[in-house]
Design a protein around this ligand. Structure first.
Ligand SMILES: *Cc1c(COP(=O)(O)O)cnc(C)c1O
Ligand code: SF4
Length: 342
């Protein structure tokens, strides 16, 4: 497998950014730093929501209480590069590389380290495993960013998966429309469209990431018949307010991206400074449901430590007493509802 050649990905020669990087060399020795011209171009002032997501921070090294792999992905990996946690679906880690290394990444332990994509032997073993497990219907390409692979390598993986009759859907998780939208070319879209049903979940975290360029990337993918979802991570100081989240979720719908998950931050070492309380997350969810299009409301999920899976949680809007329900509306009104079954 080969990565794309990415002469366009360079560290922006911006004085403040360069100074900040120099001050953070001890962080980058632990957790790699990579930026694109495009993404750093979205920074409006130092310390803003884009800055916080991509610029190294000394607090990454101070966080010693957490685990590098709280979701036990290593233990759930029967063959290298494959995570089999749920009965009918698997995740393939096909790439270690991303155009931008997000400081809050849940795979901080992996991304940018070694920097090699999945090799031919590993791919062979992964395909063999999936072929031998007819209960697997849904394969999710992740990493790292799968779209960092060149078109030929992607095609090889997707062709291998499509040759397995029981693989019904393929999903790709990618943040490239957000951080490196020029990678979404007509050629890539044409290639992807030959492997339908194929879904893409992208990863926007802030309204300032919705730009002409990222919208164009999403339009190209959607026009290729690829349904687009979005996963957002709830990040302190980035998107932990109702207003920001409403703008983000409705803005995504307007570029044909359906909000899918809002993730509570995983308990990953090096990311503690981004974590909000679950209570704050539930308050944000309360500020979405009913107030904006239901199409724009994601599921708020906690991915439980120990690989126990994702649990969707909701604000507490129902009290059940026999067949009488006391419900809370989006405006806060309490309404009684009779649950009549004949
Ligand atoms: C999130 C995840 C999935 C996919 O879960 P869905 O709820 O179907 O989107 C599958 N496997 C692993 C290991 C995951 O973390
Ligand atoms: S793009 Fe995704 S995998 Fe890559 S660093 Fe960001 S969050 Fe992690």
């Amino acid at each position: 497998m080969q990565y794309i050649t990415y002469s366009n990905i360079t560290i922006r020669n911006n004085k403040t950014i360069t100074e900040s990087l120099c001050n953070s060399s001890s962080v980058s020795a632990h957790y790699p730093v990579r930026l694109t011209d495009y993404y750093t171009g979205l920074i409006r002032q130092s310390g803003d929501a884009i800055w916080k997501q991509c610029m190294p921070d000394a607090r990454e090294l101070e966080d010693r209480t957490q685990c590098p792999d709280p979701l036990d992905e290593l233990a759930l990996s029967p063959v290298p590069g494959l995570i089999h946690r749920y009965p009918d679906r698997v995740v393939l880690l096909v790439s270690n590389r991303c155009p931008v290394y997000c400081r809050f990444c849940m795979r901080k332990r992996l991304v940018g380290s070694g920097d090699a994509p999945m090799g031919e032997d590993d791919l062979h073993n992964v395909l063999y495993y999936i072929a031998a497990h007819p209960e697997i219907h849904d394969v999710i390409l992740s990493g790292g960013d799968p779209l960092m692979l060149d078109n030929e390598s992607l095609s090889k993986i997707l062709t291998g998966l499509r040759a397995i009759p029981h693989v019904s859907i393929i999903r790709i998780g990618t943040r490239i429309p957000v951080t490196f939208p020029e990678r979404i070319t007509p050629d890539l879209c044409k290639l992807l469209s030959t492997f339908h049903p194929l879904y893409i979940n992208t990863h926007f975290n802030h309204p300032n990431e919705i730009t002409g360029d990222s919208a164009t990337a999403c339009t190209l993918l959607a026009d290729a018949g690829i349904p687009l979802g979005n996963q957002t991570v709830l990040l302190k100081g980035v998107n932990d307010s109702v207003d920001t989240m409403r703008n983000l979720m409705t803005g995504l719908l307007a570029i044909r991206v359906k909000p899918y998950y809002l993730h509570q931050m995983d308990l990953v070492q090096g990311t503690a400074h981004f974590r909000t309380s679950v209570k704050a997350g539930l308050e944000i969810m309360r500020g979405l449901r009913g107030h904006i299009s239901g199409m724009a409301v994601p599921h708020y999920v906690i991915d439980l430590p120990g690989g126990k899976g994702k649990v969707a949680i909701l604000p507490d809007d129902v009290e059940i007493n026999g067949s009488t329900l006391l419900l809370r509306t989006y405006t806060g009104e309490r309404v009684t509802y009779q649950d009549i079954v004949t």
